[in-house]
Design a protein around this ligand. Structure first.
Ligand code: HSE
Length: 333
């Protein structure tokens, strides 16, 4: 059993990490819950019992065997060097602070656990949720057909902006149903009954940072530094599962039946693809599930025999964050 710490335990991802650790039977000798001074000193009900939330403190955090960071990139930049100095815990960081550092593994365990296991660093970066969900489907297809280029359009839930995002959506829906105006501060515009093609900040090349995270992280996790990936990331008024429409062009001619068979045999993937029965991936069915749903698998007119279209949906807080982080701990700790 390991001594486990979670920093950012009052946030949506921190909460899910506790739940996933318990549901997966992760052997925990002691669980330490860290948060900001504002939330510390209060008890929290967890499946491991009622535990006191502590203010983050370096030596207490360093005493853990595994430490999950579910906080901001600024916090990670400040504390990770001190946490991982000689003798510190295995740190699994959910922020983007170290994802693009060549010496830090970026891991979706079903795809590249070996990179994290072999790393000398006691730090593993947990990927962007959108990327982790897409790659669960793309990695097995790449093995079969060799992916050459990729175009994605995402439909991202409010949970990607954390508990405040979910609250803003729920309160906005309630306000609008009373005939009042929906307020927005988390999202650039009111989200209820809307879609917003803007997640994170705009970069000089007119992509958003969220869109470029998909490009950069897909390349790193797949070990394909030159892969062409274009993405449009869109926020939609769902609560916690992200959906993505993906088009790939492949090196080899594609075979739909072989693609579906490979996806069915991939751990962490659930093929949900029976259009005649109105069965395909949806946030409604993917929410709360560990597996990423994949469906609408079909040949693509534009790329002919070399093109495949698919639709995926995964729980952003689970595969896109907490589950992926716990799987990293299971693979590496
Ligand atoms: N950036 C993602 C989103 C969530 O806003 O949906 C975290 O990976």
């Amino acid at each position: 059993p390991l001594k486990v710490g979670i920093v950012g335990v009052t946030g949506a991802v921190g909460q899910e990490i506790i739940s996933v650790l318990h549901k997966r039977g992760f052997e925990v000798s002691e669980l330490k819950l860290f948060a900001s001074a504002r939330s510390s000193g209060k008890p929290m009900d967890t499946p491991f019992g009622s535990l006191m939330i502590e203010e983050f403190e370096l030596e207490a955090a360093r005493s853990c065997d595994v430490l999950f960071l579910a906080v901001s990139g600024d916090f990670a930049l400040e504390w990770v060097p001190k946490l991982t100095a000689e003798g510190g815990p295995l740190v699994i960081d959910n922020s983007s602070a170290f994802r693009y550092d060549d010496s830090v593994p970026l891991c979706v365990p079903e795809i590249n656990a070996d990179v994290a296991r072999k790393s000398k660093k006691r730090l593993v970066a947990n990927p962007n949720c959108t990327t982790a969900i897409a790659l669960m489907a793309l990695a097995p297809l790449h093995k079969l057909f060799g992916i050459k280029r990729c175009i994605m359009s995402t439909y991202q839930a409010a949970s990607g902006a954390g508990a405040p995002g979910m609250r803003e959506l729920e309160e906005g829906v309630a306000a609008m149903s009373r005939g009042e105006k929906a307020e927005n501060s988390v999202f650039a515009h009111p989200l209820p009954f809307n879609v917003i093609p803007h997640i994170d900040k705009f970069l000089d090349d007119m992509y958003t940072k969220e869109e470029r995270k998909v490009t950069w992280e897909t390349r790193k996790i797949m070990g394909m530094p030159d892969l062409l990936v274009s993405c449009t990331c869109v926020r939609i008024p769902t609560l916690r599962a992200h959906a993505e429409a993906i088009t790939i062009e492949c090196e080899k001619p594609v075979d739909v039946a072989a693609a579906i068979e490979a996806l069915k045999n991939s751990p962490g993937v659930k093929v949900t693809d029976d259009p005649a029965a109105n069965i395909y991936p949806m946030p409604l069915t993917a929410t709360g599930q560990y597996d990423v749903e994949v469906g609408r698998v079909r040949k693509n007119d534009v790329f002919g025999d070399y093109g495949l279209d698919l639709f995926v949906c995964g729980d952003q807080l689970l595969r896109g964050a907490a589950l992926n982080a716990v799987l990293i701990a299971e693979a590496v700790a």
